[in-house]
Design a protein around this ligand. Structure first.
Ligand SMILES: CC(C)(COP(=O)(O)OP(=O)(O)OC[C@H]1O[C@@H](n2cnc3c(N)ncnc32)[C@H](O)[C@@H]1OP(=O)(O)O)[C@@H](O)C(=O)NCCC(=O)NCCS
Length: 173
């Protein structure tokens, strides 16, 4: 899936300013993160988020050392599942496979290192780039949640998607 290489490293608060610069308005913030952040995004909201119990956060670094992405997992208390979230690729790096490369590493970590059985996520139904990326990685829609947000007079629906370890392994190699 693409030839780009991304190094996954633990998110550092020093990365916060760059991440903030990738989000250009309130609708984009909601699309990326759901209602967990409020516009304008700032370093202190990111600091609170990275300190949430069970949250693992990563920065994706490109071959030239440039920051290209962000993603996180929130581990469930049962130790068997996690919610993938805050998936973001730098605007000028999109459409080149960085999202797939970043998530392939996060999912390998989740299934191979953490030993999880399931990873789930939520995505707005109209976010086609994200939905297609998740589907390519093997995620399937479990549930449609209609009308979860109203933005500029438009109703937004959300999809709950999940990927089981067996389906992930089947898709690798
Ligand atoms: C969703 C998002 C993370 C996708 O990241 P990305 O790096 O663009 O994803 P990819 O490059 O792996 O895939 C995107 C498209 O580029 C294509 N692509 C992949 N590698 C490519 C390459 N080398 N050359 C050209 N196109 C390529 C993919 O086929 C895909 O096209 P498709 O959607 O028509 O099938 C990114 O658009 C983003 O940050 N969006 C804003 C935040 C957001 O919505 N996050 C998700 C919240 S749930």
């Amino acid at each position: 899936m693409g030839g780009v290489v991304v190094e996954l490293r633990a998110f550092a608060l020093a990365d916060a300013g760059v991440i903030v610069s990738w989000i250009s308005g309130p609708a984009e913030l909601l699309t990326w993160a759901g209602p967990g952040f409020t516009w304008p995004l700032d370093d202190s909201q990111l600091a609170t988020y990275v300190a949430e119990p069970g949250r693992r956060t990563w920065t994706g670094v490109g071959p030239d050392g440039r920051l290209v992405g962000h993603a996180s997992l929130r581990l469930a208390a049962d130790g068997l599942s996690a919610r993938l979230g805050r998936v973001l690729v730098a605007p000028d790096a999109r459409g080149q496979g960085y999202g797939a490369a970043l998530l392939t590493q996060v999912l390998t970590f989740a299934f191979a290192q953490l030993g999880l059985e399931h990873v789930e996520l939520g995505v707005f139904a109209h976010n086609g780039n994200a939905v297609r990326l998740y589907e390519r990685l093997g995620f399937r829609v479990d549930q449609v949640l209609p009308d979860v947000e109203r933005v500029d007079g438009q109703s937004w629906s959300a999809l709950q998607m999940s990927l089981a370890k067996a389906d992930w392994s089947a898709g690798v190699g």
